[in-house]
Write a protein that binds this ligand. Sequence first.
Ligand SMILES: *Cc1c(COP(=O)(O)O)cnc(C)c1O
Length: 217
Amino acid sequence: MGLQEIADRVAKAESAAGRPAQSVKLIAVSKVQPNERVEAVLAQGHRCFGENRVQEAAGKWPAFREKFDGIDLHLIGPLQTNKARQSFDLFQSIHSLDRPKLAKTFARLAQEVGHCPDLFIQVNTGEEPQKAGILPADADVFIQDCIAMDLPITGLMSIPPAEEEASLHCALLAKIAARNGLAGLSMGMSGDFEKAIALGATHIRVGSAIFGERVAT
Ligand SMILES: *Cc1c(COP(=O)(O)O)cnc(C)c1O
């Protein structure tokens, strides 16, 4: 696999779903990948990447940014409140807004620094205790509270349970987004991005299918 093959599969899935070409943003998830692999994808012209840890992103992306223009970096992993300020400097989008305390911190920081990354609210569609995200039953109130705080809420994000049919979770996420007037849907990973595109994904987060298996650290 690799970037070109995945880009081709995304284009086919867009067309099969009757969606415009390039309506889906491919986030290349580079967490834990060796720098050579990331640089190879940058050299092919790709600019949109995802990282799941602030510390790791802070360690590697400033150097890439010196070499390559226009990098669009997305935080897709859980965010501690005390790293929120740092995340504003590193990321253009944050996909893991999952609790009121973090929303309040973002609102305060947006005032202080004068900008805010695009935000996705993470929904724990599988209601898994070990997973981050607002529960589906609490989602409408939380989404509307965030919008009332003037936060730039782009859409919703979910990570379906590994052992369940992803389509059910994608459909649930799309339904919650639609009834709250949100257009963005961050869903779909290496194993299920075509299904996610069929169900309306606007942002897919694909790691191992582009870069190869992650080496355990
Ligand atoms: C690692 C990760 C991905 C990418 O997973 P792959 O199966 O390698 O495509 C997507 N989303 C999140 C939140 C991740 O942490």
